[in-house]
Write a protein that binds this ligand. Structure first.
Ligand SMILES: Cc1cc2nc3c(=O)[nH]c(=O)nc-3n(C[C@H](O)[C@H](O)[C@H](O)COP(=O)(O)OP(=O)(O)OC[C@H]3O[C@@H](n4cnc5c(N)ncnc54)[C@H](O)[C@@H]3O)c2cc1C
Length: 545
């Protein structure tokens, strides 16, 4: 897939930042969310090609768009989320709504519908979830009954209900997942079609600038050419195919919102004097509330960039990697925002300081586009298959590569990441021998540990070969962060792996040794020193205004 020229992407990001500075100051954002107002004018501006033209980002060039790739979507999604996650969700819903067309549409459908989107800047909504079908989409009951004329299907009548749909009450066009006789299939439905109505906006915990509403379809007629891809039964495969991208997008939301909260805390900590000095110089504060969050967020960024580059390089079937990115980045974003409230003390608890709003907003990211628990399950199930297929070699081979890297660049935590990967391999093998994954909890915990081990390896690799320039942090800071994250991963896999394996009745008396517990503990040497460095670097990178 194509990728935007770096200067085009920079221009979009700069325009977006300038637009937000001018039109969306904190006070205005608080007003929008306080009034539960859908910011129609903002959305129009964002989609106006003369201003920003965000809707063009995912539309291929041949249909009048910019033809952006996964990396571009990540950067724009992070930037949007650092402004307002509710507004970002309104934009995401159009990307999401058009994804079934991008992935599964016929050439004519793509030309017609994406061309029209590029020209008119329509808002889209993505209608998959139903009252009884959330994580388990196969339980969907919305039905599409074929209408035949002279023995030929000329259209469908769709009946059912969709729940929690972003842009649900405000979109111009909807992609709707419904059961046709051939199986779940996507259909394009226009606003105002007879029998199609929407519910009132939901009153939500956060992202109040986004419109979320139920959809009601009563015998809604669509012509046969509104069946996306023209063949019934491809719906779940198409939904699966977009996950690599859409989960990366939500991962970037977690990253953008989490960093926005943390940057505010880092700046605040330099001005707030308690106990005779600024909080930014108090280890008990920085090493608990700031540094671990910055590390997790940057580990997630490294992984997101790795996945984005692979997607842009034409790799398909990266649903597991998309799940790891979403899981780690959104959990990290939530924790960072939560800790930012604590870091600002009583001020953090008030609305004016914004971190309270960010915390409520970012909460959705571990729920929509697949909950964190479904991510854990997806990661564990898919990597379990790889472990079995490779006869236990998958993580051992990866660990060997990380060991090689440790020899070349001993300063980025590759050796510790190798420990985490080897420990993961040992744990999976023990789980196989003792059939531990009969316990769903053990399987899901494996998903979490795998996410830590993989992000440790990827962060270490990228810190040595291609450290990101996006975060505004220096190479040395990123290296220290990669070491801290790798230590965390090594210890986490060994200790929590042991805990759940023993808790589920494993049979190996030497498991602690097999999981490299002693090495993971010894590997913590230097941890506090690295954290000191990161705390000081963050102050330099994000000085008080
Ligand atoms: C603000 C908002 C916007 C949204 N936008 C859209 C949209 O635009 N389009 C769309 O189609 N949907 C949208 N959704 C729906 C969203 O994707 C779903 O809410 C989400 O997938 C979870 O489904 P659910 O709410 O039915 O929860 P459930 O699936 O019922 O899950 C409830 C809890 O049980 C856990 N759980 C579920 N299954 C299992 C299992 N097998 N084992 C263990 N634990 C399990 C979950 O992790 C979760 O913690 C939106 C939701 C919200 C709140």
């Amino acid at each position: 897939m194509a990728r935007l020229d770096a200067d085009v992407l920079d221009q979009i990001l700069t325009t977006l930042r300038e637009y937000a500075e001018k039109n969306l100051p904190a006070q205005r954002l608080l007003e929008i969310e306080g009034g539960h107002e859908f910011p129609e004018k903002v959305m129009k501006d964002l989609y106006d090609p003369a201003q920003i033209g965000l809707h063009l980002l995912t539309v291929p060039e041949e249909h009048g768009g910019l033809g952006g790739g996964a990396y571009d979507i990540y950067r724009v999604s992070e930037a949007m989320a650092s402004i307002d996650l509710g507004i970002a969700t309104g934009v995401l819903a159009t990307f999401l709504g058009t994804d079934p067309i991008n992935v599964g549409g016929t050439p004519e459908q793509k030309a017609d519908w994406l061309g029209e989107l590029a020209e008119k800047g329509q808002l889209y909504a993505y209608g998959a979830t139903e009252p009884q079908a959330g994580s388990d989409l196969s339980a969907l009951t919305t039905a599409a009954m074929p209408v035949q004329e002279d023995g030929k299907v000329v259209g469908y009548r769709i009946s059912g209900r969709k729940q929690w749909i972003s842009n649900g009450g405000v979109a111009d066009r909807y992609t709707i997942l419904a059961n046709a006789p051939g199986g779940p299939s996507w259909f394009l439905v226009d606003k105002g079609t007879e029998g199609f109505t929407t519910g009132k906006p939901e009153d939500k915990h956060g992202i109040r600038a986004s419109n979320t509403a139920a959809l009601f379809l009563e015998n809604v007629y669509v012509p046969a050419d509104r069946l996306i891809g023209g063949v019934e039964g491809k719906g779940l495969t198409q939904a699966q195919a977009v996950f690599g991208y859409t989960r990366l997008m939500v991962a970037a939301f977690g990253l953008g919102a989490g960093w926005e909260a943390l940057r505010r805390a880092v700046r605040y900590s330099q001005e707030r004097v308690q106990g005779g000095g600024p909080l930014s110089q108090k280890q008990g504060y920085t090493h608990k509330l700031i540094v671990p969050n910055a590390v997790r967020l940057e580990a997630a960024r490294a992984y997101i960039e790795w996945v984005a580059e692979r997607l842009d390089g034409g790799e398909e079937d990266l649903a597991t990697e998309g799940a790891v990115a979403k899981y780690l980045a959104t959990e990290a974003g939530n924790k960072a925002a939560e800790d930012a409230i604590q870091a600002l003390g009583g001020y953090g608890y008030t609305r004016e300081y914004m971190v309270e709003k960010i915390k409520r907003d970012v909460r959705i990211t571990t729920i929509y586009e697949g909950t964190s628990e479904i991510m854990e399950w997806t990661i564990a199930r898919n990597r379990w298959q790889l472990h079995l297929k490779s006869r236990g070699q998958y993580y051992l081979d990866w660990a060997a590569r990380a060991d090689e890297r440790e020899k070349e660049s001993p300063s980025v935590g590759s050796g510790l990441a190798a420990m985490a990967l080897r420990s993961t391999a040992g744990l999976l093998e023990r789980a196989r021998l003792d059939r531990l994954t009969r316990n769903q909890h053990v399987l899901f915990r494996l998903g979490e540990l795998i996410a830590y081990a993989e992000t440790a390896a990827v962060f270490a690799e990228r810190a040595s070969t291609s450290p990101t320039k996006t975060s505004g942090l220096e190479r040395g800071t990123l290296e220290a962060m990669a070491r801290v994250h790798a230590r965390d991963a090594a210890l986490k896999v060994a200790t929590e792996g042991l805990r759940w394996a023993i808790g589920a009745g494993q049979s190996d008396p030497g498991l602690a040794q097999a999981l490299g517990l002693d090495g993971a503990v010894a590997g913590q040497a230097g941890l506090v020193c690295d954290m000191d460095r990161i705390a000081a670097d963050l102050v330099r990178a994000f000085p008080a205004k």
